[in-house]
Design a protein around this ligand. Sequence first.
Ligand SMILES: *Cc1c(COP(=O)(O)O)cnc(C)c1O
Length: 370
Amino acid sequence: MSDASHPAWIEIDVARFKRNIATVRREITSARLCVPIKANAYGHGLVPMARALVDEGIEYLAVAHSSEAVTCRRGGITAPILVLGAIHEEQIDDLLRYDIDFTISSAFKARLVAERCRARNKRCRVHLEVDTGMRRTGMRPETTRALYRELTSEPYAQFFDVVGIYSHLATGTHENDKIALDQIEKFSTLMLSPEFASQTFLKHLGNSAGMLNFSSAHFDMVRPALLCFGYAAPLGIDIEPCFSLKARVAYFKVVDEGEGISYGHSYVAPSRSRIVTIPVGYGDGFRRALSNRGSVLIRNKRYPIVGTICMDQFMVNVGNDDVYVGDEVVLIGRSGDQEISVAEIASLCDTIPYEILCNFNERIPRIYRH
Ligand SMILES: *Cc1c(COP(=O)(O)O)cnc(C)c1O
């Protein structure tokens, strides 16, 4: 959707995103960069962000589901794409047709893939996933070695190119984190086993936190996403968000002292106030938990959200200030020296920035500034 007349929009600063990518590259020196763009690129828009990454010469894109990879291919993205999640039998033909790299985490799936490769007379590129502690998907180290031996000998070798092996960290927010260190150790040990030690395929482990806190988690490639989108960066590194949510004031009124506002009258005006209505609601992904807690910026000034957030709109108390219908409102992002960050919103909603970003659906158009 790109309806420029819609009174709310998500603004993506593509130039800023590209600078983040350049910064991440400087942090990882020799390792390759794979940027996961699952969940609509953390709400930023799948294909436009994939294009920006291709412009930056990205080595690898990653997604959770094969459908996301197919959307990228149909959008003209030819760079390597890795599907991280488990694959399903019905997806194998598309994975082969669109030259999508995917993850093999069981002998059963390997057999299904081999059957389809034989039927279509095609080879495929796969990464093996080893579970070092996340306990989500991935095989135990011993099973991984055994499956690798199978995939690289006949009859499987005629179908499979094993191009990578990876694992995923369950923690890693500080450099002494025992669970993460243990996972890194397990992965390193496996990489020294006879099957893998001399292999030149891509060994990869670190996400944003893993990459930032453990240089020992870089291996041949890193998979940071949140960091690339501009979050969770340590002080002093040149990374900033590239996502803003803006709207125009849709309505203005004055309410008297004692008058309740919105569903359930959870807010009652303590004095005669000017109230403006903003045309964004939980139907767009703007969380209802921000009712009577969140704020917005209008003309560089912070004002409180009052009353319950509705599906399509919510109200803001602007006191006695002059605010007009059509004025620009910042729901996420900067206005002058003021900022409403995703972290602030996440904390008010008792969740993490990832969930806030992913929640924004396609109802609000996204505008890309290059
Ligand atoms: C989502 C995901 C990432 C990226 O995680 P961030 O914390 O956003 O850097 C990396 N690897 C895997 C397997 C993932 O699922």
